[in-house]
Design a protein around this ligand. Structure first.
Ligand SMILES: Nc1ncnc2c1ncn2[C@@H]1O[C@H](COP(=O)(O)OP(=O)(O)O)[C@@H](O)[C@H]1O
Ligand SMILES: [Mg+2]
Length: 251
């Protein structure tokens, strides 16, 4: 199962992904997290030690260009670069959670169809097409820019939104683009939801109820301020995390 998460910046995507990852791990599932946010911070969120040593692959420009087979002065490069060894080399593992920090993947639409992005996209596609494990993909933007080949690996998109007019507008826009990309399942997840009134507001604005709603959590704020991994606050939002899990994996 490959699950991508999307939504406006700051709505809680990374937090919810981290909670979901921990919950899945507690169930004994094999989890791979992919951080494809331009300013990645999943590693902190799940409490990976020596975070500073992790360099997003997107920032290793030289290695990426070399891998693409591009020769200086020539416009040509390999559109199917070999990436298998990179998969092994750049995945970090701790407490049963595995993480690969990709960083931002730009595409032609985002202004750059460079060889290094071909390598990043190839990596992502390989990770998404690998069998058996649960892959959670954290991104800043929507998924529509990833291109068909990559999207083909995503089974389900979670769109996180908070109960506000602008949040709902953004969520609906993301959904529209995701539908066009052909992702089979698309669901909303509410965050900072304080009660039935917020839930009703979301359900009405979105045209469907979110599959799970996370409360505004003092424990999450505390961990953030103390510089602790947010997953240590899981007990306070466990009900919402379990509900999300049930909806994603009904059997
Ligand atoms: N349910 C919540 N309760 C309290 N604070 C939250 C909650 N969800 C997220 N936050 C806080 O909001 C900020 C943004 O969350 P984050 O997960 O980084 O958003 P995104 O990944 O969408 O940019 C973080 O400081 C996080 O600790
Ligand atoms: Mg984030």
């Amino acid at each position: 199962m490959k699950i991508a998460i999307s939504g406006k910046g700051g709505v809680g995507k990374t937090t919810i992904m981290a909670m979901l990852a921990r919950q899945l791990r507690n169930q004994g599932r094999e989890v791979l997290l992919i951080d494809a946010d331009p300013s990645p911070h999943m590693a902190e969120s799940i409490g990976i030690k020596e975070v500073a040593r992790i360099i997003p692959i997107a920032e290793m420009k030289e290695m990426l260009v070399e891998r693409s087979g591009k020769v200086e002065g020539s416009p040509f490069y390999n559109i199917n670069p070999q990436v298998d060894d990179l998969l092994a080399r750049y995945i970090v593992e701790q407490d049963g959670l595995r993480l690969m920090v990709l960083g931002a993947i730009q595409t032609a639409k985002g202004g750059c169809a460079c060889p290094e992005n071909t390598v990043l996209r190839r990596l992502l596609t390989k990770l998404l097409l690998a069998p058996s494990q649960v892959v959670l993909l954290d991104m800043e933007a929507g998924v529509e820019h990833l291109g068909r080949g990559t999207i083909a690996g995503v089974d389900q998109l979670l769109i996180v939104t908070i109960p506000s007019q602008s949040g709902i507008r953004t969520a609906l826009k993301i959904k529209e683009l995701a539908v066009q990309s052909g992702i089979p399942r698309i669901s909303f997840v509410g965050n900072l939801v304080t009660g039935p009134e917020d839930e009703a507001f979301l359900a009405e604005g979105l045209g469907e109820a979110p599959i799970a709603c996370f409360p505004d959590s003092a424990a999450i704020r505390r961990t953030e301020r103390a510089g602790e991994p947010v997953i240590t606050a899981l007990p306070e939002v466990e009900k919402a995390a379990s509900r999300l899990l049930e909806r994603l994996f009904p059997d």
